[in-house]
Design a protein around this ligand. Structure first.
Ligand SMILES: [Mg+2]
Length: 265
């Protein structure tokens, strides 16, 4: 009996080992990101999702204006930049090593100014302007970074302009002085209060304080008071998700994001 149990155990582990070998090629460098980059750069599904999200956002903003009859420039929207307005997937296609942090990301990805406008992003931004709203681009790119390849705030603005993205202000992270540079809430508050803190953020220019009525991003932390860690513990149908499609509009990013550190379930 004991012998049989041992043989079964051996057989079971041998089968598992064989299955593992047939599924996972040894030393395969980050196959997940390769597939994700291919999906992001080539799939019709990705393009359709951007059109879908921006159309839902456009309809939301149009309806809000129709219902509230706001004065021009008394309101606005916040959009993230990377993988929301600008497509940086060329970097992930060309570079086998990923930028290890958002400061590296800022100059490796931002400074070359090679990123292109994402589907429907320009049309959404133009519509917000036409309806009388401000457009703030709130990004975690490091506004304090500067080296021989450029100053991140300047190169970001140049890339946006080159792509025909018309914005009213750009507000970046201050990775040199802030203890919580990835937290966008102080920047959302600054836009709404008019009180900008240089130790927390770097900005192109300040706008008069105005209400933010919509947020667009590819990371759950592009939205006020959302944290990846907190959401990871909640039910998939938690009430907190009800605002998506109704003020918060999210886009797909299978290449990187705050989700990368979640444990596989
Ligand atoms: Mg982003």
């Amino acid at each position: 009996m004991k012998k049989l149990a041992i043989s079964l155990l051996f057989l079971t582990s041998a089968t598992c080992f064989a299955e593992e070998l047939s599924i996972c090629a040894p030393n395969s460098p980050q196959p997940e990101i390769k597939q994700a980059v291919k999906w992001y750069r080539t799939s019709a599904e990705k393009n359709a999702l951007y059109h879908q999200a921006y159309l839902v956002a456009t309809n939301y903003v149009k309806n809000w204006v129709k219902q509230h009859h706001p004065q021009a420039k008394s309101w606005g929207v916040s959009l993230d930049i990377d993988e929301t307005v600008l497509d940086n997937s060329w970097y992930f296609r060309d570079c086998t090593d990923l930028a290890e942090n958002e400061s590296d990301f800022s100059h490796y990805v931002g400074n070359p100014q090679k990123s292109v406008a994402l589907p429907a992003s320009k049309q959404f931004i133009d519509k917000v302007h036409q309806l009388g709203g401000y457009v703030s681009l709130v990004s975690n790119r490091d506004g304090t970074f500067e080296d021989s390849t450029g100053n991140v705030l300047k190169t970001t603005i140049a890339n946006l302009k080159q792509q025909g993205i018309y914005f009213d202000q750009v507000v970046l992270a201050n990775r040199r002085d802030s203890k919580t540079p990835s937290d966008k809430n102080p920047r959302f508050n600054a836009i709404q209060s008019g009180d900008y803190d240089a130790s927390q953020m770097v900005w192109s220019n300040q706008l008069p304080a105005h209400k933010l009525i919509a947020f667009v991003g590819d990371n759950i932390q592009d939205f006020p008071n959302f944290k990846q860690l907190k959401q990871d513990k909640l039910d998939v149908n938690d009430d907190s998700y009800a605002i998506f499609g109704q003020g918060n509009f999210i886009l797909p990013n299978p290449m990187y994001g705050s989700w990368v550190n979640n444990a596989l379930k």
